[in-house]
Design a protein around this ligand. Structure first.
Ligand SMILES: [Zn+2]
Ligand SMILES: [Zn+2]
Length: 256
């Protein structure tokens, strides 16, 4: 209740502040309500086909429909993953400023781009190739450990989803998945180390088990690098009885 009131209050303050203090693009300085203007947003690198049908990363060579080497050598709990942009250049810079520079306001930009580029369930269906009856029934933001959330002040995926959920049209269920293990930064770890580092990092709380069992779930994440974190989260959901787990991320790191 307190958190909800605070959230309403911070939205109110943000909209009043928006009127009093106009926002400017973090890249070029033009007026931009979402902190990135349309011209600069157009510089983001879209994920181009062919992509790996499982993890959604752009394939460097090879034929569409064949899984990337990475996917064919791991056990995956994510049924299908898709990403919108490649993690490089201006996009990477914007995400850095959002997460580590605590530019909370950038959530509006990421959410708006998701609405424009990924759209509602119908458009997402084309991106994921869902057959009738395979569409997700709820959307879950990738959870952060409470300690990390405390340090950053917000969960970036949850905040992005707040601005995307209205056009997606799915119920958001942030409380069905918890991150119980405080993992050290994955930066600098090798790929096998990353998989070990996040193992058993997620759990579905007992009280949420009924909301997960038999359900088709869409996870939302800001960035997928190796997919280790995503895989661990999907595994926790599958262990709790989820029928399908899909993942949509804003950025993906390209395959090495
Ligand atoms: Zn700009
Ligand atoms: Zn793949």
């Amino acid at each position: 209740m307190v958190r909800r009131t605070l959230s309403v209050l911070s939205d109110l303050i943000a909209s009043v502040a928006g009127l009093m203090f106009p926002q400017y693009c973090i890249f070029c300085g033009e007026l931009a309500e979402t902190l990135v203007c349309d011209d600069c947003a157009a510089k983001l690198t879209s994920v181009q086909h062919p992509i790996c049908p499982r993890c959604g990363k752009p394939l460097k060579t090879g034929v569409a429909r064949s899984e990337c080497l990475h996917c064919s050598s791991h056990r995956w709990y994510v049924d299908t993953a898709r990403a919108l942009f490649v993690y490089e250049g201006e996009g990477r810079d914007a995400l850095h400023r959002f997460k580590y520079g605590r530019r909370r306001g950038l959530a509006r930009f990421f959410g708006r781009e998701l609405s424009r580029q990924a759209g509602d369930l119908n458009r997402l269906g084309a991106l994921f190739n869902w057959e009738f009856g395979e569409e997700p029934e709820m959307v879950v933001p990738m959870p952060l450990h409470w300690g990390k959330r405390f340090l950053r002040w917000f969960n970036q995926s949850e905040l992005i989803l707040k601005f995307y959920a209205p056009s997606l049209g799915l119920p958001a269920e942030p409380s069905v998945l918890k991150r119980t293990k405080f993992t050290h930064s994955q930066v600098g770890l090798t790929e096998p180390q990353r998989f070990v580092n996040v193992r058993k990092a997620f759990t579905v709380p007992k009280r949420a088990a009924d909301r997960v069992r038999g359900k088709r779930i869409l996870l939302i994440d800001d960035l997928v690098t190796t997919g280790a974190t995503l895989n661990a989260a999907a595994r926790a959901l599958k262990d709790a009885g989820a029928k399908k787990v899909y993942a949509l991320s804003f950025f993906t790191a390209t395959l090495k």
